[in-house]
Design a binder for this molecule. Sequence first.
Ligand SMILES: *Cc1c(COP(=O)(O)O)cnc(C)c1O
Length: 584
Amino acid sequence: MSTMDYTNTYTDTRGHTTEPLTFSQAIIKGMAQGGGLFVPLVLPQLSLDEIVGLGSLDYGAQAAFIYQRFGVDLPAEQVEALMAEAYADNFDAAEIAPITQVTPDTWVLELWHGPTSAFKDMALQCLPPFFSAAIEDKKGTDPQTPPSLRAEPPEAAQRDRRGRFPSVLNRTHLSGTAPATRNYLILVATSGDTGKAALEGFKDRAHTRIIVFYPQDGVSDIQYRQMATQQGDNVAVIGVLGNFDDCQTAVKAAFNDPAFNQALASEHNIQLSSANSINWGRLLPQVVYYVSAYAQLVHRGALAPGSELDICVPTGNFGNILAAFYAGQIGVPIGRLFCASNENRVLTDFINTGVYDITNRPFRLTPSPSMDILVSSNLERQLFELNGRDPQRIRQWMGDLAATRRFQVDRDTFAALRASFSADWVSSDECLMTIKTVFDAHGYLLDPHTAVAWKVAERLRGENPVLVVATAHWAKFGADVYRALNGLPAGSALPAEAAALGDVALNHLIASTALVSGGRYCFDTSTLTIPEVSGGRYCFDTSTLAIPAPLAELNDLPIRFTQTCEGTAQAVQQAVLSTLPSIS
Ligand SMILES: *Cc1c(COP(=O)(O)O)cnc(C)c1O
């Protein structure tokens, strides 16, 4: 495989970038001037042989290969080392993103084996090492550095046990001007899973601090506990009074306020950055698992090389499904992309009509809170790729959306959208019924987000095999899984005995009873993997019923963060300023 170093550059969806940036610069900036999102100027092309060949490499090596082909501005050996750090025993599956066959032609890509049990880990275990490498090499702040002075990777001998490189800050002579080290504050608005995953990824990293804002009315008890108990000296967690859109809007406004940024820079030597899913450093790791999944299926003999695979993604901010689209663009034989929504179905309506309309669209709380989103930020990148990369029309549509809460794409863009995507949505009750139906039929337990995708895949599928993307472990949403398995409607009160347990104990109850009722397909639950049973039924690794250790132990950790604030930019700014001293 090629080890050639080549550097790609980045422009933005609204066309305000005059001097293209490198990968490192793009991930440090997060969002472009003028509100656009960074996109690579050139998309690499992988041959089928290259894609299939990846099937024999470990996940970190696959990721390094794809980063190299995307022209990341770091030497190949350093990319390999950073990937070995990102995808290691912080995941509880050696494959990192294993695939489970649930019916003869339905495969589930499990993206929840990372430290926080949600797919955000796939990107947020990867972005922080690259972010650190970028700020340590001063690439993000010093675009003048000539390529010949770029830092070389430290020698392999200097890596620590987990393959991490030591700090390379003493190499500032390489950048010529030796600027004072700038500190970065990662501001995150989260609908639940991103916050925890970002906290885990950035905790105790040099020169970075992280403050996470989450909507008080919009996260599960488990998600709340995961964040409120977060360890690390450079982290803080703040509850916003309101829903996710209020929270995201307030944080974005703070982010874009010049006076606030100025104050942070002059008084605290701090620059804001974003780990939200609009950051290209979040997108690229997601492209990796789609390429990897295809390679893995071919390697296992489940797919003939070159045959099409449809992919169904439970969608919120459109990052995950966009990554699948990019995987197709660079050469993975993807058939159709199924965009699955919950009752907040603005994307379903958009893909079916070409009109994105959030006037009079009520915001609903559902059992899949990470998809409770009305303004889908990564859709902007998708539209840019579909409209022939025309920033002018992106500016117009995004302007319309801001001014009138609505926009309509032109006919060609709509046709391009329809050529790749189909979309449908699932009610909250249907979502819970799907969890039960799939568990009863196959002994496989889905989380509510994945259940939405499962049901939509059932409705939209054609001839091709389908890869259903599993975005969370069920134990993050135990109360709804309990409702589902007991046939209770979404939003209903739990029976008193169940409510009294609390979510963590409830998970243990579900795992033990589910093992018993699921056990008829899985004879010996201690020996885990059991192959096919008769009659087209499969038996699964019942470790999917086991609760990941960090979730199982949640009740034993002290709550560290209790602060709340109003959902306005001003309140968010005040909260940041008053919190900074305690995380510096
Ligand atoms: C973030 C998230 C989603 C939505 O992913 P997008 O990339 O925002 O579309 C779906 N499911 C879970 C569990 C998530 O955490």
